[in-house]
Ligand binder design. Sequence first.
Ligand code: IGP
Length: 262
Amino acid sequence: MTILDKIIAQKKIEVERLLASNVIFPEREISRPSLYKTLRKAKKLQVISEMKRASPSKGLIAEGANPVKQAIAYYEAGAACISVLTDNEFFKGSFEDLAAVADVVPIALLCKDFIIHPIQIDQAKSAGASVILLIVAALDDQTLGSLYTYANELGLDVLVEVHSVEELQRALAIDAKIIGVNNRDLRTFEVDLAQTELIAEQFPFDEERVFISESGIWNPEDAERAAKAGASAVLVGESLMRSDSVKDALRALQVEKQGIRS
Ligand SMILES: O=P(O)(O)OC[C@@H](O)[C@@H](O)c1c[nH]c2ccccc12
């Protein structure tokens, strides 16, 4: 059983509990800039910065981190979007973290979780997210398509995460506009930026789509590499969580985008 299988098994239990509790998540309007538009118009490589206390691959990263302080530092440094891990069991995050961040920053907000059911999308939006993540490896085609449509109907942006060319084709089949390559294999934890380059070769860089490189970005050289492959943004967690100066670290990643593909 891979870690992804374990996480999804746990999510099924959580979803059953939510459904059984008959909870209704209060509706909330989205009053944040669209991530999609922000990335399309940006001249530089953008940073989606993540609030990440722990992960199954690294264990504790920043146990005592305060999501509000972290988010304000990200916002002030010019992050395009803040990603908040809401999974508790494996990443020590929470929907309270997301809601607390939503109260203090006005930029796009990504609910980083393993979504397998529409009720989780209601929960994300209610806590203040304007973007959700859908992981292709965790979903069959039909569920992927229906969750994507549901999120769009609620006015949310969707980051569709892939880790192989085959998964890229599945993301394109639902006409995903924001596609992220996870450089980390969620089955083995191996991280390799070459994954971004490999998948970029098959990516249709057209008017409509944006390409994001996720995980394992530590320094400006990594950011350059992502930009060169055609990325509009990088999604960065651990290196920013561990940084003594979030501002300097984040700004150093905002390198020039590469003309041909941007
Ligand atoms: O901490 P890193 O290596 O910078 O990675 C951030 C982010 O990409 C990673 O947390 C992530 C990417 N996709 C995910 C899906 C679920 C949970 C976490 C993730």
